[in-house]
Design a protein around this ligand. Structure first.
Ligand code: SF4
Length: 312
């Protein structure tokens, strides 16, 4: 048995051996390894554990089917596997919050991903190595704006840290360099256990192959992101996602349409350019092209972007 594997099993047994724990399954590769490790701890020490997946309503279809199969597989082994559905969908949240989710205003994580597990011992697949990858991909965003310009967003929000030079860092707390193997969150009363914290990418991939662990098929498509479709933290990767999942693009645009109606109802002023759901989508995608931009499709047909034609 490899040292990393043995350590992870020992951590689980030591910290959760008596009362058990819940494994958080995002549908990603780290979660798949974690479930495998927990199963081994169960076989070796009788570790009691269950698994939970938070359905976000913006998961890729591949992830939805993969999770359903995982549920069947683990339930077949006698392990409780819960798929938790949120009270409101992403589309309803957009209307209620009257703004699209952005890097600065990520209300959706709290409602769609962190709405379970209060008071529990929750085991996650957080790894420091993944943190570095996300940093390169702007998963952690540093803003040079002085603090006072972001004062409203920063106050009471633990996703923000000030830099020495008076700037602001927004952390993607899923995977953060500062994380520890055991963490307690006083806000949610969750104890988070991260047994894969020090696993690097090379070892993780080697282990997946060595142990023949079944992964989300999205990894086979050369797509390394298994998060919510259209997540504002994904930056430019969203263009590929919406190309691949055009129905999600339509669903966001329609939600932005309903959001504008709600903003009018509440008497809220709109940002410049927020005339229609389509134009909000343009703003949200940080598309700098001017209105009226003409494009060619594959057949050479010319159409104007951000019109009904553009949606087809
Ligand atoms: S991962 Fe992204 S889209 Fe999904 S809930 Fe969190 S911020 Fe929202």
């Amino acid at each position: 048995m490899e040292k990393q594997e043995k350590n992870a099993i020992e951590i689980l047994n030591l910290l959760c051996g008596n009362n058990g724990c819940t494994i958080a399954d995002s549908g990603g590769k780290d979660s798949s390894v974690l479930k495998h490790i927990a199963t081994k701890a169960h076989e070796m020490y009788g570790l009691p554990f269950s698994i939970r997946h938070n359905h976000t309503t913006v998961d890729a279809p591949e992830t939805v089917y993969f999770v359903r199969n995982e549920k069947k597989k683990y339930e077949g082994m006698g392990i409780v596997y819960e798929i938790s559905f949120p009270k409101e969908t992403m589309w309803q949240l957009i209307v209620r919050h009257c703004t699209p989710p952005t890097r600065l205003i990520r209300y959706c994580c709290a409602d769609l991903k962190e709405n379970t597990g209060f008071g529990e011992k929750l085991v996650t697949g957080v790894r420091k190595a993944e943190s570095r990858n996300r940093k390169d991909n702007q998963g952690i965003v540093t803003f040079t704006k002085p603090k006072k310009r972001l004062k409203k967003e920063i106050e009471g929000n633990e996703d923000f840290r000030e830099t020495d030079k008076g700037g602001v860092i927004v952390y993607n707390l899923d995977n953060d360099e500062n994380r520890r193997i055991v963490e307690s969150c006083y806000r949610t009363h969750k104890t988070l256990i991260n047994p894969l914290l020090d696993w690097d990418d090379d070892f993780l991939w080697w282990y997946i192959e060595h142990e023949n662990i079944t992964l989300n098929p999205l990894y086979g498509c050369g797509q390394c992101r298994v998060g919510c479709v259209g997540c504002p933290m994904a930056g430019n990767k969203r263009w590929d996602e919406f190309e691949h999942y055009p129905k999600y693009k339509m669903a966001y645009i329609r939600a932005f349409d309903r959001m504008l109606i709600e903003r009018t109802r509440r008497g809220l002023e709109n940002k410049i350019g927020w005339e229609t759901g389509l134009k909000v989508f343009k703003w949200w995608m940080e598309d700098k092209n001017i209105d009226g931009q003409l494009s060619f499709d594959m057949d050479g047909k010319i159409y104007e972007e951000y019109t009904e034609e553009w949606l087809k």
